[in-house]
Design a protein around this ligand. Structure first.
Ligand SMILES: Cc1cc2nc3c(=O)[nH]c(=O)nc-3n(C[C@H](O)[C@H](O)[C@H](O)COP(=O)(O)O)c2cc1C
Length: 207
């Protein structure tokens, strides 16, 4: 008998609403390099200030690495059972890539952009941190949607010991951990969640 593939066609709205935090994954499912690269390429299409692409993806797919994450993530089992755990890092020295980003621009534009970026970053660690976290967060959200589009589920995680993560995975000082994202095949659907009313979330025109 021929197997029949059932394809569900979602509207863009339904697709956005289909992402929810899955916390139980089928263990032992590997993610190929090809799938991983597709996800990361889609994630990196996120926007960023001056197009500096402040994100870095620390990818942990080996079982031993995921086991090392377990105590760091306060025993949250999803980091062990997911196919991959992607730690999204923010670049505190993103100004350093301006030269490369503007490589194809005219010398005048390249020099103007570099000056602008370096001016903003000079002696301003608060801006550097804000920019790192803000911009890496866009890539993180894009990564979760890309994973969903490819048949995976995710859960964004802030519940981990950042200092221990930095120590255990030798993360250089240049990078700040932003969010940890297990990506895997759902063993159990996400818990339903609601949202506060729009009136709570929205301020029209001015406070
Ligand atoms: C920054 C951030 C940190 C989070 N940390 C955790 C976490 O450590 N563990 C966890 O199970 N869920 C975590 N969550 C998931 C939230 O609980 C979840 O997004 C929220 O309840 C809404 O549910 P939904 O994602 O299914 O729509 C986190 C979400 C965000 C955005």
């Amino acid at each position: 008998m021929m197997s029949q593939q059932v394809e569900t066609v979602f509207s863009a709205e339904q697709f956005l609403l289909s992402r929810h935090s899955v916390r139980q994954y089928v263990p032992g499912i590997t993610m190929s390099d090809e799938e991983l690269n597709e996800l990361l390429t889609l994630a990196s299409s996120a926007p960023s200030s001056w197009n500096l692409q402040h994100w870095r993806f620390l990818v942990i797919r080996e079982q031993a690495g995921k086991e090392r994450l377990l105590p760091i993530a306060y025993g949250q089992q999803q980091v062990v059972d997911a196919s991959a755990v992607i730690v999204v890092l923010g670049d505190l020295e993103a100004n350093k890539v301006a030269e490369q980003v503007y490589e194809q621009a005219t010398p005048e534009i390249r020099s103007m952009m570099k000056q602008q970026v370096d001016g903003a970053y000079a002696n301003n660690p608060v801006l550097a941190r804000d920019e790192a976290i803000r911009n890496a967060s866009f890539a993180a959200q894009q990564l979760m949607l890309a994973a969903k589009a490819k048949g995976y589920d995710t859960v964004p995680m802030g519940g981990y010991d950042a200092k221990a993560l930095i120590r255990e995975f030798s993360i250089p000082e240049r990078y700040v951990p932003v969010v940890m994202i297990p990506v895997g095949k759902a063993a159990k659907p996400a818990r339903p969640t609601g949202r506060l009313p729009l009136e709570h979330q929205t301020i029209h025109e001015s406070f």
